[in-house]
Design a binder for this molecule. Structure first.
Ligand code: GUN
Length: 292
């Protein structure tokens, strides 16, 4: 039987709609949630992601400001922009789009952001809270979106084997911590490029999260029948049957659909949930920390 498709676009829009009354409430108090996005260089995928974030702000009634910097910009110049946004009381959220050009120390830039405006949830202070079991603050958006998908799908996580493939700062690491937290109680395995017998480990998993950035890497024969499969990947691959000559695909082979119990599509799965959680963090940051 084919897997139930977990529609992240629909769930994301529901979450955005729920935010609107909180946004109206804030506006009534003279507070207009405001997200500032810094983008460096001309990476086409990053420009698409940033545009999607701006459109979500428009849908929700969140003000957005975009700051475009040339790829030749120095670390000091980016730090100056971050400091300016930190000092601007009308800005509630700051996001510096990743990846940054070679030679720029990304963690230095992120740690310069006021943690109360760190709507990406990547600052050491926010990640530190997460590690200590405090999940009430600004959480990284993709992991938080995946947790929402699990919540809405009624998938029982307690005592289940969860396999997270990928150990990135943005997805794999924080998600593993969220899945292992008290109340969620999954038994978490983190797999990465040095993992041996990945197929065998994957076959034991009730929940598989693929976040490795390799097109259609996870194969149907690796999947336990009925498992929940969350695909975080967005890869562009050649496809001569398309007018554009290419198509988007995830980190999971589409044939997994015939084996899994639930599966997120690409596009339209995790991506829109990441954006909805960014909107949610911006609203939460405004509610909790606004100086105006
Ligand atoms: N690049 C890819 N995903 C993300 C994200 O969630 N936040 C930022 N800042 N950059 C990204």
């Amino acid at each position: 039987m084919a897997a139930t498709i977990l529609d992240g676009r629909e769930l994301g829009r529901t979450i955005e709609k729920d935010l609107m009354s909180r946004i109206d409430n804030l506006k009534g108090r003279g507070l207009h949630p405001h997200l500032a996005v810094v983008i460096v260089g001309d990476d086409p995928a990053s420009h698409v992601y940033v545009r999607n974030k701006e459109m979500a702000c428009e849908r929700c009634g969140i003000k957005s400001t975009r700051i475009d910097l040339d790829s030749s910009v120095t670390e000091i110049e980016i730090l100056k922009v971050v400091e300016m946004l930190n000092l601007d009381d009308s800005v509630n959220g700051i996001l510096v789009q990743s990846p940054l050009p070679k030679g720029i120390d990304e963690s230095l830039i992120i740690d310069a952001i006021n943690p109360q405006k760190d709507v990406d949830g990547f600052h050491n202070v926010n990640l530190g809270k997460l590690v200590q079991g405090n999940t009430s603050g600004l959480l990284p958006c993709t992991p938080a979106g995946i947790m929402k998908i699990l919540e809405f799908s009624d998938f029982e996580t307690s005592g289940k084997n969860a396999l997270v493939i990928g150990r990135s700062r943005i997805v794999g690491m924080p998600l593993s911590i969220l899945l292992a937290q008290r109340g969620i109680d999954a038994t978490v395995t983190i797999a990465h490029s040095r993992t041996k017998n990945l197929a065998e480990i994957c076959r034991q998993a009730d929940l598989v999260v693929a976040a490795i950035g390799r097109a259609e890497f996870v194969k149907p024969e690796w999947i336990k029948p009925g498992a929940m499969v969350i695909d975080v990947g967005i890869n562009r691959i050649p496809d001569s049957t398309r007018k554009s000559g290419s198509r988007l695909t995830g980190d999971v082979d589409p044939d997994v659909m015939d084996i899994a119990g639930w599966m997120t599509p690409v596009p339209g799965g995790v991506g829109p949930m990441t954006i909805a959680m960014l909107m949610s963090n911006t609203v939460m940051g405004t509610e909790l920390f606004s100086n105006i």
